[in-house]
Design a protein around this ligand. Sequence first.
Ligand code: SF4
Length: 279
Amino acid sequence: MSEKREHAEPSAGEGHLSLRADCESCFALCCVVPAFSASVDFAIDKKAGQACPNLRQDFRCGIHTRLRQQGFRGCTVYDCFGAGQKVSQVTFGGQDWRRSPQTAEQMFEVFPIMRDLHELLWYLTEALALRPARPLHGELRLALEQTERLTHDSPGALVELDVAAHRRDVNALLLRASELVRAEVRHKKKDRRGADLIGAKLKGADLRGANLRGAYLIGADLRGADLRMADLIGADFRGADLRGADLTESIFLIQSQLDAAKGDSATRLPPSLTRPAHW
Ligand code: SF4
């Protein structure tokens, strides 16, 4: 169905450029702010706001090339959508939390809020590149501009922001965009929103236009499945087998979902995403 998508609007790939993490410009906020629990994803317990012991003084990871081998798979699937560099360089004007420890508490509070806002920017940018969602492009553009403006607020205003309410409003708009895209698939679409599909046997399944928002697909067998035009926002693909699956026109799929799954050279991807190195 790829021939059905026109590109009169900027492609999602172009708009997403500023939403890609630039770790060189970030004060390693993802290595400090979240808490870790020892598990298959993290080799250690770490409290929120405490620097990971592998973090070097220059804000680089001391085990960057060996994360998976050393039990830090969780670090390889994390995506801040460029929130780290925005907080470091824009919100806090390049003042880092080591040299300016008085900023640390507020900076660590702002980071997850900024990440939420940047994630919404990513989805809104993608929605604006979807031709079937064109009737909503005016509303989507407004939401994008409003969200972008919020990301430039002061640290104090960001901490006070009701980001959950903003997310709800944007999500309602994204859902309408999704419905317009999925309506292009003529056959009956599967509605598996939030479904428990852990370990499900979906090899070769026709999931075109399916609603898989927030579905639990952990360890699911999706080899050769057709997921074009399926809404995959928030779907949990940890350990899912996507070898040979077609994700080319799926919507709202993000890199961290792919990174958490298994795939191969035959897995077909949307153009804005890259094939994970471990596939
Ligand atoms: S292991 Fe490396 S990438 Fe992961 S949190 Fe620690 S310093 Fe950061």
